[in-house]
Structure formats: C-alpha cells, structure tokens
Design a binder for this molecule. Structure first.
Ligand SMILES: [Zn+2]
Length: 125
C-alpha cells in the first residue's frame, strides 16, 4: 500500500549520521552542505522513515546510484497466525514467525500480478 520516496541526499544523510555515526558537522562537510541544511535533510529523512515504519509503507530511494527499489525480497507467511513478512533475498530462510514464533511457516507467493496463481507448485512463471 504505497511507498515513501526518499531522496538520494536524505538517504545519504541517514547513512552518514546514523549508519556511519558521523557527527553533524562531519556529515555536513561530507555532503558539502551547511549544518542547518544537513539538519533539515536529516529531519526530513527521519520523518519519512518513521512514516514508512508506522504505516507499513515501502521505502523507495529515488535517483542515481542509490536506486535500491529492486532489492529482491522473499515473502514468507505463517500458517498459524497468517502473518506475512519479507526478508531480503540471500539472508537465508527465517526459522520462525516473528509474530507468534511458530515454525509452521512457508514461502508465500509474491502477490504482485498473480495473487491467485492456483494451488500446488510454486515458481511457475
Ligand atoms: Zn505466526
């Protein structure tokens, strides 16, 4: 249900400040902007990320080399509580449901386009 679009410089501000742990002056220097500008960018970025978390929206990075919208995700579903969640492809199959800790989980179909692809085998295209 919708997505939040993060600009490249907003993504970069989070990366420098929160991910790499730079202080604000360092990070502003790095991006060649003034500290007030950096602060504004960072505030906006955090607001968007917060919004995405609270409302369950996807975060899309807009622009250039930071385009990450194609990150392959695997979707899993819990048979017990019907919880559906996604993990980044390559991080391995989850052991249990993050909601109810049930190990009764299965790989869910990607619901884009062919939500009801029929019963039986997965992976038919
Ligand atoms: Zn569950």
């Amino acid at each position: 249900m919708g997505e939040v679009v993060l600009k490249m410089e907003e993504m970069e501000s989070i990366r420098l400040k929160d991910y790499l742990g730079m202080d604000q002056r360092e990070a502003a220097d790095h991006m060649k902007v003034s500290q007030p500008t950096f602060h504004r960018i960072l505030t906006e970025a955090r607001k968007k990320i917060g919004c995405a978390l609270v409302s369950g929206k996807a975060i899309r990075i807009h622009g250039g080399m930071y385009e990450m919208a194609t990150t392959p995700l695997c979707k899993f579903q819990c048979y017990d509580c019907q919880h559906v969640w996604e993990v980044v492809h390559g991080t391995g199959r989850p052991q249990k449901c993050p909601e109810c800790k049930s190990m009764n989980i299965h790989r869910a179909e990607d619901d884009r386009g062919y939500a009801r692809a029929g019963h039986g085998r997965h992976g038919m295209r």
